[in-house]
Design a protein around this ligand. Structure first.
Ligand code: GLU
Length: 473
């Protein structure tokens, strides 16, 4: 296996793709089209710095696959972002959307800046200018390409993008569907902020409820008491840790940029964040042990390891020392092919990024639907559904001669608020996609792992979509 370096995310995605393609039930020429990166838009624009000087910012938007439109994927702000990385991440988005049946092609954006060193005004200027450049080339729009948050961006940036797009498209009815991950006050959707972390929780809960797999790993069925370590306490890692802990797991370790902490008795992510806010670091958290190297946390004793920071964290260098039984990939591309080979050899269950962290884009899809429909989920049916449930309960009371308590009555009422609908849609998506992966893995004993199964599912779905389009010249 050719060793992949830090700037070779596309090579590593392609490696996983090629391994799966041999099992895919579509023709090789179609496989080549599924793999190809369709469009790369690289551009540079000037931004005035605080000191008055002009700085040239490099930026990208990559559209990997147009088999379905719009294409979809986040925008990354990082000083290290590069074209290869954005291409690899765009390709992953295509496969991710296919795995969870989100009807979009894949895309990704990158802006080569360090958001921590810019003030809010500069960030706004960069974001609005980036958006305007995308508008000029028709690389953004509700039916064309719909960005979202990624590493280094969040709701605030998405609202600037929506506002810039709306200003440049006056009168456009669907302008707000040009980007997802917006604040709820700005046409966003409840549950999007937590969605990736919540999706990770649903994924690992489903994995832990498979008796055969748990037996093979020497673990009890269920998430209860499983020891979790999370790398990265950003939006994804924080929520994954929170939902896993609330679901019965014990959060024993947290790694961040400044270092890592470990406590077999269990940590609370909110308390650790409060400590970080007060002291500037997660280190020296009362009752926890400091780990000297930040990445030492990846190697500490646990059942579930959640890399939720950046790519290339689990490599052939540290994989031999990883003691987790399950690796739940919160980040995109956290495991290199060489690292993965070692994990699989050790019998570790890897729940791959293109499935595990697909909760974010799934709820982005719901947000886009909401924006196009111009109505909140549940608004039309809520009152009617509750009235018919009330009539049904009364009928049961009359027929049985019993009376429900207020608590029972409340429990039996359908909950049709937006967040409940979104979360249940996400839960259904993650559970059924997991079973699709298991079914594909079972179809051939040579399919080695869930990542290969996920890529097979994606390749077949995207390939068939291309055929349905019938657009080949
Ligand atoms: N950036 C996220 C991802 O990598 C979300 C993408 C989206 O919601 O479009 O999946």
């Amino acid at each position: 296996m050719a060793k992949t370096g830090p700037n070779e995310l596309l090579a590593s995605v392609d490696h996983y793709f090629d391994r799966a393609a041999q099992f895919a039930r579509i023709t090789p020429d179609l496989v080549a089209q599924v793999k190809a990166v369709n469009s790369v838009y690289r551009f540079q624009f000037p931004v005035r710095q605080r000191d008055g000087r002009i700085r040239v910012v490099s930026a990208w938007r990559v559209q990997h696959s147009h088999h379905r439109l719009p294409v979809k994927g986040g925008i990354r702000y990082s000083p290290d972002v590069n074209e290869d990385e954005v291409m690899g991440l765009a390709a992953l988005m295509t496969y991710k959307c296919a795995v969870v049946d989100v009807p979009f092609g894949g895309a990704k954006g990158g802006v080569q800046i360090d958001p921590h060193t810019l003030d809010v005004e500069q960030l706004e200027r960069v974001t609005r200018r980036y958006t305007a450049e995308l508008v000029k080339k028709n690389f953004i729009g509700p039916g064309v390409d719909v960005p979202a948050p990624d590493y280094g961006t969040g709701e605030r940036e998405m609202s600037w993008i929506a506002d810039t797009y709306a200003a440049l498209n006056p009168g456009s009815l669907d302008a707000f569907a040009c980007v997802t991950g917006k604040p709820t006050s700005q046409n966003g959707i409840h549950g999007r902020r937590e969605a990736t972390g919540r999706g990770l929780f649903f994924a690992v809960r489903e994995a832990c409820s498979q008796p055969d797999d748990m037996k093979r790993l020497g673990l009890a069925v269920g998430l209860s008491d499983k020891r979790v370590i999370v790398q990265g306490l950003g939006n994804v890692g924080y929520h994954a840790a929170k939902f896993c802990r609330e679901g019965g797991a014990v959060l024993v370790g947290i790694a961040e940029r400044e270092g890592a902490i470990y406590s077999p008795a269990g940590l609370n992510e909110d308390e650790v964040l409060a400590h970080r806010k007060a002291t500037g670091t997660i280190l020296d958290f009362p009752g926890a042990t400091n780990l000297v190297r930040a990445n030492e946390a990846l190697e500490a004793e646990c059942d579930i390891l959640i890399p939720a920071a950046l790519e290339n964290q689990i490599t052939d260098e540290n994989a031999p020392r990883i003691r987790a039984k399950i690796v739940l990939e919160g980040a995109n591309g956290p495991t290199t092919p060489e690292g993965e080979a070692i994990l699989l050899h050790k019998g570790i269950l890897v729940i791959p990024d293109l499935y595990a962290n697909a909760g974010g884009v799934t709820v982005s899809y719901f947000e886009w639907l909401k924006n196009l429909a111009h109505i909140k989920f549940g608004r039309l049916e809520k009152r009617n559904a509750q009235a018919s449930a009330r009539r049904m309960l009364q009928a049961v009371e009359w027929a049985s001669g019993t009376t429900f308590t207020d608590r029972q009555r409340a429990d039996l009422m359908p909950e049709l608020d937006e967040e409940t609908i979104v979360n249940s849609g996400l839960e259904e998506t993650m559970i059924s996609a997991y079973h699709d992966l298991l079914a594909t893995k079972r179809r051939d004993a040579r399919i080695p792992d869930l990542r290969t199964a996920a890529f097979i599912n994606a390749i077949e779905k995207v390939g068939r979509a291309y055929l349905d389009l019938g657009v080949f010249p």
